[in-house]
Design a protein. Structure first.
Length: 131
């Protein structure tokens, strides 16, 4: 649960839109991956990775994400795939979606997701977009 729709578009702690939220809403925002993970674990049954992925969905390369500031080497490959896919969809949601805009977003992502377990995620995204 996030207290405002605007916070659904925030993916990094240094996003300027985060500063527009109240301190209480910011705290809720920073805690939502853990809260979401706890809720998912109540329902995930045989899908133990679900809660794990939700807990890490705001992590980023070089430890610049949250809630645990994990680096790309500390994140699992599955979490990296989810993070890249999720952030790709969010990036495209603010554009006129065309093949060109998707390829431009991939180029931008190639500058961010350059190391550790993100490398294979970007390769997989590139393969999908080139088919």
């Amino acid at each position: 649960y996030l207290p405002s729709d605007e916070l659904t578009q925030v993916f990094h702690m240094d996003d300027p839109n985060l500063g527009l939220a109240t301190e209480e809403d910011q705290q809720t925002f920073f805690n939502h991956p853990i809260k979401g993970s706890e809720i998912a674990n109540l329902f995930s049954g045989n899908f133990a990775d679900t809660g794990f992925i939700i807990a890490q969905h705001h992590e980023a390369p070089k430890g610049s994400g949250f809630p645990h500031k994990l680096t790309s080497m500390e994140l699992t490959q599955l979490s990296c795939h989810f993070i890249v896919a999720n952030n790709f969809i969010v990036a495209l949601s603010s554009k006129d979606v065309t093949r060109e805009s998707a390829m431009q977003t991939l180029i931008e992502f190639n500058q961010v997701y350059t190391d550790g377990n993100f490398k294979d995620s970007i390769k997989a995204l590139a393969t999908v977009l080139k088919t």
